[in-house]
Design a protein around this ligand. Structure first.
Ligand SMILES: [Zn+2]
Ligand SMILES: [Zn+2]
Length: 237
Protein backbone atom coordinates (compact mmCIF):
# COMPACT_ATOMS: atom_id res chain seq x y z
CA UNK A 1 0.00 0.00 0.00
CA UNK A 2 2.77 2.37 1.02
CA UNK A 3 4.63 1.45 -2.14
CA UNK A 4 1.57 2.19 -4.31
CA UNK A 5 1.04 5.55 -2.61
CA UNK A 6 4.69 6.38 -3.03
CA UNK A 7 4.51 5.55 -6.75
CA UNK A 8 1.39 7.69 -7.07
CA UNK A 9 3.14 10.60 -5.39
CA UNK A 10 6.17 10.12 -7.61
CA UNK A 11 3.90 10.49 -10.68
CA UNK A 12 2.35 13.67 -9.34
CA UNK A 13 5.62 15.14 -8.06
CA UNK A 14 8.51 13.44 -9.79
CA UNK A 15 11.38 13.40 -7.32
CA UNK A 16 14.08 15.84 -8.29
CA UNK A 17 17.71 16.36 -7.40
CA UNK A 18 17.81 18.47 -4.22
CA UNK A 19 20.75 20.41 -5.60
CA UNK A 20 20.03 21.20 -9.26
CA UNK A 21 16.27 20.38 -9.35
CA UNK A 22 16.58 18.18 -12.45
CA UNK A 23 14.06 15.31 -12.34
CA UNK A 24 15.29 11.91 -11.34
CA UNK A 25 14.84 9.14 -13.88
CA UNK A 26 12.36 6.52 -12.63
CA UNK A 27 13.82 4.14 -10.10
CA UNK A 28 16.78 6.44 -9.34
CA UNK A 29 17.72 5.72 -5.72
CA UNK A 30 20.70 8.00 -5.18
CA UNK A 31 20.44 11.15 -3.02
CA UNK A 32 21.58 13.39 -5.92
CA UNK A 33 21.33 13.21 -9.72
CA UNK A 34 24.05 11.60 -11.83
CA UNK A 35 25.54 14.93 -12.94
CA UNK A 36 25.75 16.28 -9.37
CA UNK A 37 27.24 13.03 -8.08
CA UNK A 38 29.90 13.24 -10.79
CA UNK A 39 30.92 16.58 -9.27
CA UNK A 40 31.53 15.05 -5.83
CA UNK A 41 35.24 14.49 -5.31
CA UNK A 42 36.10 11.55 -3.05
CA UNK A 43 38.97 11.66 -0.59
CA UNK A 44 42.08 10.56 -2.53
CA UNK A 45 43.99 7.44 -1.40
CA UNK A 46 46.80 9.76 -0.27
CA UNK A 47 45.40 11.15 2.97
CA UNK A 48 46.12 11.14 6.69
CA UNK A 49 44.46 8.08 8.30
CA UNK A 50 43.79 10.04 11.51
CA UNK A 51 42.48 13.45 10.38
CA UNK A 52 41.65 12.63 6.71
CA UNK A 53 43.79 15.49 5.45
CA UNK A 54 44.17 14.95 1.69
CA UNK A 55 47.64 15.25 0.17
CA UNK A 56 48.17 16.91 -3.19
CA UNK A 57 50.58 14.23 -4.35
CA UNK A 58 51.49 10.61 -3.60
CA UNK A 59 49.34 7.53 -3.65
CA UNK A 60 49.43 6.06 -0.18
CA UNK A 61 47.95 7.04 3.15
CA UNK A 62 50.37 8.31 5.82
CA UNK A 63 50.18 10.49 8.91
CA UNK A 64 50.21 14.24 8.21
CA UNK A 65 52.76 16.52 9.88
CA UNK A 66 50.27 17.68 12.48
CA UNK A 67 49.13 14.19 13.53
CA UNK A 68 52.67 12.79 13.59
CA UNK A 69 53.92 15.65 15.79
CA UNK A 70 51.01 15.30 18.18
CA UNK A 71 48.39 12.55 18.08
CA UNK A 72 44.94 14.16 17.80
CA UNK A 73 42.41 13.55 20.62
CA UNK A 74 40.03 11.84 18.15
CA UNK A 75 40.60 8.32 16.81
CA UNK A 76 39.86 9.10 13.22
CA UNK A 77 37.87 11.21 10.80
CA UNK A 78 35.41 9.93 8.19
CA UNK A 79 34.29 12.11 5.31
CA UNK A 80 32.01 11.86 2.28
CA UNK A 81 34.48 13.77 0.09
CA UNK A 82 36.53 16.85 -0.58
CA UNK A 83 35.26 20.34 0.15
CA UNK A 84 35.33 21.28 -3.52
CA UNK A 85 32.99 21.78 -6.45
CA UNK A 86 29.54 20.21 -5.98
CA UNK A 87 29.96 19.17 -2.36
CA UNK A 88 31.17 22.65 -1.47
CA UNK A 89 28.19 24.19 -3.26
CA UNK A 90 25.79 21.81 -1.51
CA UNK A 91 27.21 22.65 1.92
CA UNK A 92 27.03 26.38 1.22
CA UNK A 93 23.39 26.07 0.24
CA UNK A 94 22.69 23.93 3.31
CA UNK A 95 24.44 26.29 5.70
CA UNK A 96 23.83 29.78 4.39
CA UNK A 97 20.87 29.60 2.00
CA UNK A 98 18.38 27.90 4.29
CA UNK A 99 18.40 24.77 2.11
CA UNK A 100 17.43 22.69 5.15
CA UNK A 101 16.08 19.85 3.01
CA UNK A 102 19.67 18.98 2.07
CA UNK A 103 20.04 17.37 5.52
CA UNK A 104 18.84 13.96 4.36
CA UNK A 105 20.78 13.66 1.08
CA UNK A 106 23.98 14.99 2.67
CA UNK A 107 23.43 12.83 5.75
CA UNK A 108 23.01 9.80 3.51
CA UNK A 109 26.28 10.55 1.71
CA UNK A 110 28.00 10.85 5.08
CA UNK A 111 26.43 7.63 6.37
CA UNK A 112 27.93 5.78 3.39
CA UNK A 113 31.38 7.00 4.35
CA UNK A 114 31.13 5.35 7.79
CA UNK A 115 32.17 1.75 8.40
CA UNK A 116 29.48 -0.89 8.60
CA UNK A 117 28.93 -1.93 11.36
CA UNK A 118 30.23 0.83 13.61
CA UNK A 119 30.38 0.65 17.40
CA UNK A 120 28.96 3.99 18.56
CA UNK A 121 26.92 4.69 21.71
CA UNK A 122 26.07 8.30 21.08
CA UNK A 123 26.15 10.82 18.23
CA UNK A 124 26.97 14.43 19.08
CA UNK A 125 26.79 17.43 16.74
CA UNK A 126 29.40 20.19 17.01
CA UNK A 127 27.31 22.90 18.68
CA UNK A 128 26.84 26.43 17.40
CA UNK A 129 26.32 29.36 19.76
CA UNK A 130 22.75 30.44 20.51
CA UNK A 131 23.35 33.82 18.81
CA UNK A 132 24.30 32.06 15.59
CA UNK A 133 21.40 29.66 16.06
CA UNK A 134 19.02 32.60 16.21
CA UNK A 135 20.38 34.04 12.96
CA UNK A 136 20.35 30.75 11.09
CA UNK A 137 17.43 29.10 12.91
CA UNK A 138 19.06 25.66 12.74
CA UNK A 139 22.33 23.95 13.53
CA UNK A 140 23.42 22.21 10.34
CA UNK A 141 25.58 19.76 12.32
CA UNK A 142 22.56 18.71 14.41
CA UNK A 143 20.47 18.05 11.29
CA UNK A 144 23.26 15.85 9.91
CA UNK A 145 23.67 14.09 13.27
CA UNK A 146 19.92 13.34 13.31
CA UNK A 147 20.09 11.80 9.86
CA UNK A 148 23.04 9.61 10.92
CA UNK A 149 21.15 8.68 14.08
CA UNK A 150 18.19 7.57 11.95
CA UNK A 151 20.41 5.56 9.58
CA UNK A 152 22.40 3.93 12.40
CA UNK A 153 19.71 3.72 15.07
CA UNK A 154 22.00 5.46 17.52
CA UNK A 155 20.77 8.18 19.91
CA UNK A 156 21.72 11.81 19.20
CA UNK A 157 22.42 14.20 22.06
CA UNK A 158 22.78 17.91 21.39
CA UNK A 159 22.88 19.06 25.00
CA UNK A 160 25.92 17.25 26.20
CA UNK A 161 28.54 19.14 24.24
CA UNK A 162 27.79 22.84 24.55
CA UNK A 163 29.11 26.09 23.21
CA UNK A 164 29.52 28.49 26.08
CA UNK A 165 30.47 31.58 24.08
CA UNK A 166 30.76 32.51 20.42
CA UNK A 167 34.25 32.28 18.93
CA UNK A 168 35.65 35.07 16.81
CA UNK A 169 35.55 34.09 13.11
CA UNK A 170 38.21 31.47 12.34
CA UNK A 171 38.83 32.65 8.80
CA UNK A 172 42.22 34.15 8.18
CA UNK A 173 43.71 32.80 11.42
CA UNK A 174 46.74 30.54 11.55
CA UNK A 175 46.36 27.01 12.92
CA UNK A 176 47.80 28.11 16.27
CA UNK A 177 45.57 31.19 16.45
CA UNK A 178 42.53 29.04 15.67
CA UNK A 179 43.34 26.78 18.57
CA UNK A 180 43.74 29.71 20.95
CA UNK A 181 40.55 31.27 19.61
CA UNK A 182 38.60 28.12 20.53
CA UNK A 183 39.89 27.74 24.06
CA UNK A 184 37.04 27.79 26.57
CA UNK A 185 34.41 27.96 23.83
CA UNK A 186 33.03 24.46 24.45
CA UNK A 187 31.99 22.56 27.58
CA UNK A 188 30.80 19.03 28.34
CA UNK A 189 27.90 18.66 30.77
CA UNK A 190 28.15 14.97 31.71
CA UNK A 191 30.50 12.18 32.63
CA UNK A 192 31.12 10.09 29.52
CA UNK A 193 33.07 7.20 31.03
CA UNK A 194 33.46 4.31 28.61
CA UNK A 195 31.31 5.92 25.91
CA UNK A 196 32.12 5.55 22.22
CA UNK A 197 31.17 8.78 20.50
CA UNK A 198 30.70 10.05 16.99
CA UNK A 199 31.18 13.80 16.65
CA UNK A 200 29.43 15.29 13.59
CA UNK A 201 30.09 18.48 11.64
CA UNK A 202 29.56 19.71 8.09
CA UNK A 203 33.13 20.64 7.14
CA UNK A 204 36.58 20.11 8.59
CA UNK A 205 39.14 22.73 7.61
CA UNK A 206 42.14 22.79 9.96
CA UNK A 207 40.51 20.37 12.38
CA UNK A 208 40.90 22.82 15.30
CA UNK A 209 37.20 22.62 16.24
CA UNK A 210 37.12 18.80 16.17
CA UNK A 211 40.34 18.62 18.19
CA UNK A 212 39.06 21.02 20.84
CA UNK A 213 35.71 19.18 21.15
CA UNK A 214 37.35 15.74 21.18
CA UNK A 215 39.82 16.88 23.85
CA UNK A 216 36.95 17.85 26.16
CA UNK A 217 35.00 14.66 25.41
CA UNK A 218 38.09 12.62 26.29
CA UNK A 219 38.56 14.60 29.49
CA UNK A 220 34.96 13.72 30.36
CA UNK A 221 35.90 10.04 30.07
CA UNK A 222 34.97 9.08 26.50
CA UNK A 223 36.62 5.83 25.48
CA UNK A 224 36.55 6.55 21.77
CA UNK A 225 35.87 9.69 19.75
CA UNK A 226 35.43 9.39 16.02
CA UNK A 227 34.52 12.28 13.78
CA UNK A 228 32.22 12.39 10.75
CA UNK A 229 32.29 15.43 8.46
CA UNK A 230 30.46 15.73 5.15
CA UNK A 231 33.48 17.37 3.54
CA UNK A 232 37.19 17.67 4.23
CA UNK A 233 39.03 20.76 3.09
CA UNK A 234 42.58 20.45 1.81
CA UNK A 235 45.38 21.89 3.95
CA UNK A 236 45.64 25.65 4.08
CA UNK A 237 48.75 27.36 2.95
ZN1 LIG B 1 21.62 17.40 -9.52
ZN1 LIG C 1 46.47 14.10 10.21
Amino acid sequence: MKQVMRQGLDLLFPPACPLCSSSFSSGWQEPFCRACLAGFKPLPPAHCPRCALPFASGRSAHLCGHCSRKAPPFDRVYTAGLYQETLRRAIHAFKYNQAVSLDRPLGKMLNRALPEPMAVDLILPVPIHSLRLRQRSYNQALLLARELGRCRRVPVNHQLLLRTRPAAPQQGLSARQREQNLRGVFAVSENLSGKRLLLVDDVMTTGATARECAKLLRKAGAERVEVAVVARAPAER
